[in-house]
Design a protein around this ligand. Structure first.
Ligand code: SAH
Ligand code: SF4
Length: 389
């Protein structure tokens, strides 16, 4: 019997707590915190408007606050959470991947992607991931720790600021498709989403329809999320229609089977009125056979689902390759014939190591031997836009 991946629970797993930050708190708690510092409570609103409304993260730029107040408040509520380590850009600058160092040395990545009609931020919910999917670079490295609410929110706020300076555009969407399994860091991720959709000065004011959470399929957490009254788009990383193969590609399937995970997805759709995205990374000769397309079609036909087919984004050293274009087209054709809405996605950021997981993995590789040879695949994650309409 294989060991199941560890679902991180409790406080931020190993490491120390991230320093408290205003994005960890709701506005009332920020007021109370400012009051405890001996400052008038309205300063909490001022600082929040800078942070969420104007995307200012540097206290020195909050010049409408008296210098002494700024220092006191910044010291208590605006610690630096993310220190940029490197940045790479691809797709002619339309994709920018940032690698951050957290206060304790843990690494995370975020990606900013510009499309003709929108700008999307892809953020991490954990440093590493404990789910062990063998085709995923993050999975190979294991879990370092959960991120705090503010460490998640601060990725979005800094990318939103970048969207303005780089593209002159507002950030329109957020996808939890970076490092980590968001539902394994449930409470912090849900609180982060609440911050992202609350209007300023409470939060960033994104539309909840424009937030997508991608999960490997932790069934109890999916059911809990459905009851949160937070109808974000759910993406389910299915990758195989049959338990035999899914047990291998997505090891958590050994605990929650395909049928159970799809039931939870349909319950989510029924509760929120939102179609679920089914993610399917096309791996050549592994999960891309026509019979699997037919089987997937039977599972999804008549359901509130939209399939995203994405060619696997492999890295050197991986035994697995992305499907051929022809296999992908045939797979899509069969799904559509079964009446299932299907999109073949392009990938983003291939030339900058695909995506989340890989930059951090290459950094860590240079420091530790333990990563190399850690399994079959060591690919980058493909970054792509989802069906969120
Ligand atoms: N842990 C969550 C969210 C982060 S992964 C999840 O698994 O859903 C985001 C998406 O990237 C998932 O659909 C995941 O299966 C996919 N992914 C990971 N590695 C990939 C790769 N090498 N090529 C293509 N997609 C990949
Ligand atoms: Fe974790 Fe998602 Fe990668 Fe699986 S695909 S290891 S759940 S980040």
């Amino acid at each position: 019997m294989k060991t199941l991946p560890v679902v991180a629970a409790g406080p931020l797993a190993a490491g120390k707590l991230a320093p408290a930050h205003l994005a960890d708190l709701d506005l009332a708690a920020r007021r109370a915190a400012v009051d405890r510092l001996g400052e008038p409570a309205f300063r909490a609103g001022q600082v929040s408007r800078h942070y969420f409304g104007r995307l200012v993260r540097d206290p020195a730029a909050m010049t409408d606050l008296p210098a002494a107040a700024r220092e006191r408040i910044a010291g208590a509520l605006l610690p630096t959470l993310l220190t940029p380590l490197s940045e790479r850009s691809g797709d002619g600058g339309d994709t920018r991947k940032l690698l951050w160092r957290l206060h304790d040395g843990a690494l995370v990545e975020s990606v900013l992607m510009r499309y003709p009609d929108r700008v999307t931020a892809c953020v991490s919910s954990q440093s590493g991931c404990g789910m062990g999917c063998p085709f995923c670079a993050t999975g190979q490295a294991g879990l370092t720790r959960n991120l705090s609410t503010a460490e998640i929110v601060d990725q979005v706020v800094s990318l939103a600021a970048r969207a303005v300076t780089e593209y002159g555009q507002r950030l329109s969407r957020v996808v939890f498709m970076g490092m980590g399994e968001p539902l394994a860091n449930y409470a912090r991720v849900v609180t982060a989403i609440r911050r992202l959709v609350a209007p300023p000065p409470e939060g960033l004011g994104l539309s909840r329809r424009h937030v997508t959470l991608s999960t490997v399929g932790l069934v109890p957490a999916m059911r809990r999320l459905a009851a949160e009254d937070l109808p974000v788009t759910l993406a389910l990383s299915l990758h195989a229609p049959d338990d035999d193969l899914r047990d291998e590609l997505v090891p958590v399937n050994q605990r929650w089977r395909v049928a159970e995970v799809l039931d939870a997805a349909w319950a989510y759709a029924a509760r929120t009125g939102r179609r679920v995205s089914i993610e399917y990374a096309m791996i050549r000769d592994v999960n891309d056979q026509p019979w699997r397309a037919a089987r997937l079609g039977r599972l999804l036909s008549g359901r509130p689902a939209h399939v995203n087919l994405i060619p696997l984004n492999p890295t050197p050293g991986s035994a697995w390759r992305g499907s051929t274009r022809a296999a992908e087209q045939e797979f899509a054709r069969r799904l559509k014939a079964a009446g299932v809405a299907t999109t073949v996605r392009d990938t983003r950021g291939r030339e900058i190591d695909g995506a989340c997981g890989q930059l951090a993995a290459s950094r860590s590789d240079s420091r530790s031997e333990s990563r190399s040879g850690a399994g079959i695949g060591h690919p980058a994650r493909a970054h792509r836009e989802r069906a969120e309409r």
